[in-house]
Design a protein around this ligand. Structure first.
Ligand code: NAD
Length: 438
């Protein structure tokens, strides 16, 4: 099947490449000429483990190509995915749909008859109806379909998530779209017996927000329990295990930390609140989740200050890990940013290390010395703060680290080290959800 994918970001590029790996002919299109030029030269513009090789293999096989020319991309395509960004609208909190609507307007006169336009971007309920109207303003009804197929991949493990999903959700309003989009997934996923949930377009749109809001709530729940553990001398990791082994609960998303961030949870929870507000429905648990998470992110700076006796003015703090989670270069809404900015306001000097996020961090952070080696970053620091639990940060030689720092203070916001390990190396430790030695 020929497929066009509009938007070559974390979702569009991974989806397009995986569809090609499943044997389809895929053209990925983007307005960003830099991205397309890089891809044409074989350079993948994002960090996603395994993606370089998969792109290279599928380009070499002649199944995957890149272009800025939308007309060429959609010509002959049976399915056209819209995978453009839906960032939060500045000052409003709802999703900015201008990129989705722009893509719909641009593709409307160019698609073949009977093409199925599939919105893969995360969009509020009812967006598919608007996309249908936009396309319907230049094409006869019945000559095209609009479907919803939200994406659930996680950055860092995106290829596996796409190729071996827990489920696929497809929202359709007509039989042709149901047949075409179901077949696209069913053929490669049948052997894995992946459930395919086919539903109405509006339900499909809402499933994505419901899933993300639920996961954000789960994280916030364990974070609050972590605070309680700190007060009552309990250990949140063991608490999470004891809870999570109950199959009704599950162990994933029970890692206490500095608050959720990233390009999806903050914006999607806010957008769901907006939708609920618009329809006069109270979604109080999600509201509380958003409020608690924002407060938590700010409180993490106080935790660092507490570990240093209440003052950071003039002190040097080494931050290890900047991206919102390991194995991605994505800095969007990373908890490291408010933490660093708050510490800076209190007079701290910040040095920071990240294995792949430095380039993106440079565009967001100011007055931060970005260093490409974790030990060099920690040299002479008054405190080391772990914000992202990259593998190389987890496996640091803590005894060596201790000989480099000025003050042996470790604030481990990800519980990256076993209880006692950093203490044994001579650090005073403040971790999450367990009693502190700092
Ligand atoms: P992104 O910002 O990385 O990429 C979006 C791309 O779309 C950019 O390269 C941009 O240049 C391009 N674009 C915008 N308008 C265009 C147009 N009219 N024509 C061609 N290209 C255009 O975004 P992303 O992280 O891939 O997210 C895309 C969507 O998927 C969002 O709705 C997001 O919420 C959702 N999503 C993201 C993730 C994730 O982990 N990143 C996971 C699931 C769902």
């Amino acid at each position: 099947m020929k497929i066009a994918v509009i938007g070559t970001g974390y979702v569009g590029l991974v989806s397009g490449t995986c569809f090609a790996a499943w044997g389809n002919e895929v053209v990925c299109v983007d307005k960003n000429t830099q991205k397309i030029n890089a891809l044409e030269l074989g350079v993948v513009p994002i960090y996603e483990p395994g993606l370089d090789e998969l792109v290279e293999r599928n380009v070499a096989a002649g199944r995957l190509s890149f272009t800025c020319n939308l007309a060429n991309a959609v010509k002959g395509a049976a399915v056209v995915f819209i995978a453009v960004g839906t960032p939060p609208r500045a000052g409003h909190g709802d999703a900015d749909l201008s990129f989705v609507y722009m893509a719909a307007r641009e593709l409307a006169p160019l698609i073949d008859d009977n093409a199925v336009v599939v919105v893969k971007s995360t969009v509020p309920v009812g967006t598919g109806d608007v996309v249908e109207k936009i396309i319907g303003s230049v094409r006869k009804a019945g000559t095209f379909s609009v479907a919803s197929n939200p994406e659930f991949l996680r950055e860092g493990v995106a290829i596996r998530d796409f190729m071996e999903p827990d489920r696929v959700v497809i929202g359709v309003e007509d039989e042709h779209a149901r047949k075409v989009v179901t077949e696209l997934y069913n053929a490669p996923l049948e052997v894995q017996m992946t459930p395919i949930v086919v539903t109405q377009r509006r339900t499909s749109e809402l499933i994505k927000y419901a899933a993300n809001a639920f996961l954000a709530t789960k994280i916030t729940f364990i974070n609050e329990l972590a605070d309680l553990c700190e007060q009552v001398e309990s250990n949140v990791s063991e608490l999470a295990l004891g809870m999570g082994l109950d199959k009704r609960i599950g162990t994933s998303f029970l890692n206490a930390g500095p608050g959720y961030g990233g390009s999806c949870f903050p914006k999607d929870t806010m957008a769901l609140l907006r939708t609920a507000q618009d329809y006069g429905v109270a979604v109080r648990i999600v509201q509380e989740t958003v409020t608690a998470n924002e407060a938590r992110k700010r409180r993490m700076a106080l935790k660092v200050m507490d570990a240093l006796g209440g003052e950071v003015d003039g002190l040097t703090i080494a931050v290890l890990g900047l991206t919102f989670k390991p194995d991605t270069d994505d800095m969007r809404d990373a908890p490291s940013v408010p933490l660093i900015e708050t510490l800076q306001r209190f007079g701290a000097r910040i040095r920071a290390y990240d294995p792949v996020g430095i380039e993106n961090a440079q565009q967001i952070l100011s007055d931060v010395e970005l260093i490409e080696d974790p030990y060099e970053c920690a040299r002479g620091a008054d405190a080391v703060v772990v914000i992202t639990e990259w593998g190389d940060i987890r496996s640091l030689d803590l005894s060596r680290l201790k000989t480099i720092v000025r003050q042996p203070v470790l604030v481990d916001l990800r519980n990256a080290y076993e209880p006692g390990a950093a203490e044994k190396a001579g650090f005073r430790v403040s971790a999450i959800g367990r009693s502190t030695s700092a």
